[in-house]
Design a protein around this ligand. Structure first.
Ligand SMILES: Nc1ncnc2c1ncn2[C@@H]1O[C@H](COP(=O)(O)OP(=O)(O)OP(=O)(O)O)[C@@H](O)[C@H]1O
Ligand SMILES: [Mg+2]
Length: 402
């Protein structure tokens, strides 16, 4: 595993457990936003078996990709990198050979990981496809800071939770593979962590700690290294944000993983249309509110010198969720304003600068309002931390939290 905060080149895998949540769309558009910010970026289609990034990027699928590389040892991995029509963005296709993640051997996996780490770029974005097979998780663990995409829908949230659970367990297995006792203990007990059973990693480690406090402390320290991040995609209402907040808290409480929120992305029909037109959404609709949200996520990556640490002013926000919630509230204010204008027959004509100005103005107003609420002692917990009084909200029931 590479620790992204300590290296110049950042490797960012994108996964999510559930199919169809927008992993590929976000991989392409986040990669583009990094490239637009003048960062040398390589996008890799690792969804072997379901490779479709070339379509979203709008390029012909005639080049050999990872599937070919695995079958034809004369090819070098580096030779798979191709130019795209977009400055600073290069691409490794997944190609259409019938190679699935499950078909990759341990040796091939290690080889691909090594090759990826040797590529020349500022950022490497990997679209990993759906599922939480060992291989998918191992590729996600190539760095300590992959992105997990979910929508606000319960099934997708559940998948993101179980992906993170599998990820955490696999990570601990690897960390402790030389400690036979711990390894056996994990193997035996992890089987008890079935869906619907009220046994969490936090409980397990507590149990271990009673017998072996030193091992437990080590496990806590390992888990701090793991810093996956969440993106809430296809948001349709302001209230949807609560699902991200609940999920983040649940993962912190049960899996002892600190998962920051990178932000939210609106449900936007133009995204689908851009796939049909084979033009990346960010290129065709760069003035849109949804594109601004994606740029904002890209900016959080680019502006973070030590990614996965986010460029978050802790005097302003208590955590990444509070910031993401305020951003989402602003976005919906603008969204409603635009909708009103359309309904009144005025086609809004915002350009990027205007939109940024509006977002900044509204952000300032919200800060002032929040400050006033705090000063007046009116803020309940929900206002101040962006969290509900009942942190598990509707999710508690789904996960059988005691
Ligand atoms: N924010 C969004 N608003 C509207 N539609 C979206 C959004 N994000 C993704 N989509 C649409 O959802 C569908 C699935 O998106 P995408 O292919 O990126 O998902 P995926 O998670 O990569 O799926 P798979 O697991 O099959 O690889 C596509 O038709 C895409 O256009
Ligand atoms: Mg996909």
């Amino acid at each position: 595993m590479v620790l992204n905060e300590t290296i110049e080149k950042k490797i960012i895998p994108i996964a999510g457990g559930k199919g169809g949540v927008g992993k590929s769309i976000l991989s392409v558009n986040i990669a583009l936003s990094l490239a637009i910010s003048d960062k040398k970026t390589i996008l890799i289609d690792m969804d072997l078996g379901g490779a479709n990034l070339h379509t979203i990027l709008g390029i012909k699928n005639t080049n050999p990709g990872i599937g070919t590389y695995l079958q034809d040892r004369r090819k070098t991995f580096r030779s798979l990198v191709i130019d795209t029509p977009y400055k600073n963005l290069k691409f490794i296709p997944g190609d259409t050979l019938s190679y699935g993640m499950a078909d990759i051997t341990e040796a091939q996996k290690k080889d691909i990981m090594k090759e990826i780490q040797e590529l020349d770029a500022d950022y490497i974005i990997m679209d990993l496809g759906a599922g939480s097979s060992f291989n998918t998780i191992d590729f996600f663990l190539i760095s300590n800071s992959g992105l997990i995409v979910t929508t606000p829908h319960a099934s997708s949230i559940l998948n993101a939770y179980s992906f993170t659970k599998n990820l955490t367990i696999r990570f601990l297995h690897k960390a402790f593979c030389k400690n036979k006792k711990m390894d056996n203990y994990l193997k035996k007990n992890i089987r008890r962590m079935l869906p619907g059973i009220n046994l969490t990693l936090a409980h397990l480690l507590e149990e271990i700690g009673r017998e072996e406090p030193h091992t437990m402390e080590k496990a806590f320290a390992f888990l701090e290294v793991l810093q996956p991040k969440m993106i809430l995609n296809m948001v349709e209402e302001e209230e949807d944000f609560q699902m991200a907040d609940n999920l983040g808290q649940l993962i912190a409480k049960d899996l002892l993983v600190n998962m920051d929120c990178m932000g939210t992305v609106l449900y936007d029909r133009d995204i689908n249309e851009s796939v049909h037109k084979r033009t990346p959404f960010l290129i065709e609709h760069q003035d849109s509110l949804t594109a601004q949200q994606i740029f904002r996520i890209g900016q959080k990556i680019v502006q973070s010198k030590h990614f996965p640490d986010l460029p978050l002013d802790l005097n302003e926000y208590s955590n990444s969720y509070e910031l993401a919630q305020i951003e989402t509230e602003n976005d919906f204010r603008i969204f409603k304003q635009m909708k009103n204008e359309i309904e009144q027959g005025n086609q809004p004509e915002y350009d990027i600068d205007q939109l940024m100005e509006i977002i900044e103005k509204q952000q300032k107003t919200i800060h002032e309002l929040q400050g006033t609420v705090r000063m007046m002692g009116l803020g309940n917990q929900a206002n101040q931390s962006g969290h509900n009084e009942n942190p598990l909200g509707g999710l508690g029931g789904l996960f059988n939290i005691g």
